[in-house]
Design a protein around this ligand. Structure first.
Ligand SMILES: [Zn+2]
Ligand SMILES: [Zn+2]
Length: 286
């Protein structure tokens, strides 16, 4: 396994670093792993966008969540926390499968809790999709092993080191679209923008945090402002040259590069892993 400083990061970080040991999550280290990097249409070589932080926190629950965890060598019962951005199917329809697997396979004895942070109104919606997917099957897990949290700010439940703030973004309004700002005890800050087009919240926060996980769901020319496109991401990244943008929820196939993005934008692939250590973002390649 090789780790190297990303080639598109702040000048001060332009250091090649190669170490031979796999990363160990410590007090001052954060790991961000992409279990999927595609938009709702799963472009060639990409499953739906899915981010795993420190091996325990998942942002969203796409339909193929079980396969995405499996191919990363993880079990659903390893996951303590879900942070849900909005109600589109590519972000939440994996939830019934996720708790079904825990009930019958990885947590048969019902010893584990999964904490689900989501906007108000989400608890009922998650119970409904679970009942729709597997009628009269999941009520006990929902009752005993799932804890819903609706507060817009606080400690990330189920882990020790993170605080969060959920903020509104610019996407289909009926889906209650939000992003998350996460602050680690080391001081590292990252936002996940959910699905969103340009908006004040993302503008403001992009200048304040270390890393921005941002979607580029559609190409230029599609007549909507509810997703970032290459041109709007370029504009945002050029305005914030000190911030690293990890572009996901991509509309492009995995072997296609959007050429016009500046050097502080990294277009991720499924399986990409990054760690933040001592003020540097390192890309870990297998
Ligand atoms: Zn989406
Ligand atoms: Zn969406």
């Amino acid at each position: 396994m090789e780790r190297r400083a990303t080639n598109s990061i702040r000048n001060m970080w332009r250091v090649t670093k190669a170490v031979s040991h796999p990363p160990t999550i410590g007090d001052n280290m954060v790991e961000v792993r992409f279990l999927g990097s595609g938009n709702a249409f799963c472009p060639e070589g990409r499953l739906h966008s899915l981010v795993l932080i420190d091996g325990q926190i998942l942002i969203d629950a796409p339909p193929t969540i079980l396969y995405q965890l499996q191919r990363a060598g993880l079990s659903p019962s390893d996951i303590n926390t879900l942070l849900i951005t909005h109600w589109h199917g590519d972000h939440i329809f994996g939830f019934p499968f996720f708790i079904l697997e825990r009930k019958y396979i990885s947590d048969r004895e019902g010893k584990n809790i999964v904490n689900v942070h989501l906007h108000k109104g989400g608890n009922e919606r998650f119970c409904n999709i679970s009942e729709l997917a597997f009628p009269e099957t999941l009520a006990d897990v929902l009752q005993n092993n799932v804890r819903f949290h609706n507060s817009p700010t606080g400690l990330v439940e189920g882990v020790q080191e993170w605080q969060y703030e959920r903020f509104e973004v610019n996407h289909v309004p009926v889906t209650d679209p939000h992003g998350y700002q996460l602050t680690h005890t080391s001081g590292f800050t990252i936002i996940h923008c959910g699905d969103s087009g340009p908006c004040e919240e993302i503008e403001k926060r992009s200048s304040e945090v270390d890393v921005v996980i941002i979607e580029v769901g559609i190409p230029d020319g599609v007549p909507t402002e509810m997703h970032f496109k290459p041109s709007s991401l370029r504009e945002l990244a050029e305005k914030n040259p000190q911030t690293i943008f990890l572009a996901t929820h991509l509309f492009t196939s995995n072997n296609e590069i959007i050429s016009e993005l500046p050097s502080n934008v990294i277009q991720v692939s499924d399986g990409d892993r990054f760690s933040w250590e001592d003020g540097q973002l390192l890309q870990i390649s297998n």
